[in-house]
Design a protein around this ligand. Structure first.
Ligand code: ZN
Length: 182
């Protein structure tokens, strides 16, 4: 327990380089007992490493102040949880776990990036038009370099007005981005 606490309370100094702070953030995350289900699986650990490696400095700074906890849903009927106060919980369902184990790993990571977007933007604590919240979270996934994968993933969902809007939003972000690059 003591070593857990010691690891948990690694504090990154503000003037430390981005890479050091990112490494500390990842170490803290993987050391949490809640995340054993991730570290025990090679594929899942890799997926979360790719996810966090996609963070930029601004997103890392916001996430650093949060208490991010990722839980795995086993599809049981009910469960009780006791979580640290003020934690932001990301629940991963069996379909996403399957995706993260497949050749379409990056599509799964793009969904995680979208969820990170909701957390970074504090959506659970604000009243916001639900479609707008989806578009904003998509924009964060785009910022993390996972916009193309996310768009492809949404295209595989059954057609709906909301999904159509999200596809158009991501297409426009990706087009602007490629224009800037060329
Ligand atoms: Zn969402």
């Amino acid at each position: 327990m003591l070593s857990y606490l010691k690891q948990k309370f690694h504090i990154a100094k503000k003037d430390e380089p981005f890479e050091t702070r990112l490494e500390l953030f990842q170490a803290n995350f993987f050391n949490m007992p809640h995340h054993l289900w991730i570290t025990e699986s090679k594929a899942l650990k890799r997926a979360f490493l790719i996810l966090f490696d996609s963070l930029n400095d601004k997103l890392l700074q916001i996430l650093w102040k949060k208490n991010l906890i990722c839980l795995r849903s086993y599809g049981v009927l009910a469960c009780t949880l006791s979580l640290p106060p003020q934690s932001d919980v990301l629940i991963v369902y069996p379909d996403l776990i399957k995706l993260l184990h497949s050749a379409s790993l990056m599509h799964g990571v793009s969904i995680l990036a979208h969820e990170i977007g909701h957390i970074v933007l504090d959506h659970s604590h604000h009243e916001l038009n639900p479609v707008l919240a989806q578009l904003e979270a998509d924009a964060i996934a785009f910022e993390m370099g996972l916009g193309k994968e996310l768009m492809e993933q949404i295209k595989s969902f059954p057609v709906s007005d909301e999904y159509q809007l999200r596809i158009e939003n991501l297409t426009s972000l990706l087009t602007q981005h490629s224009k800037k690059r060329s």
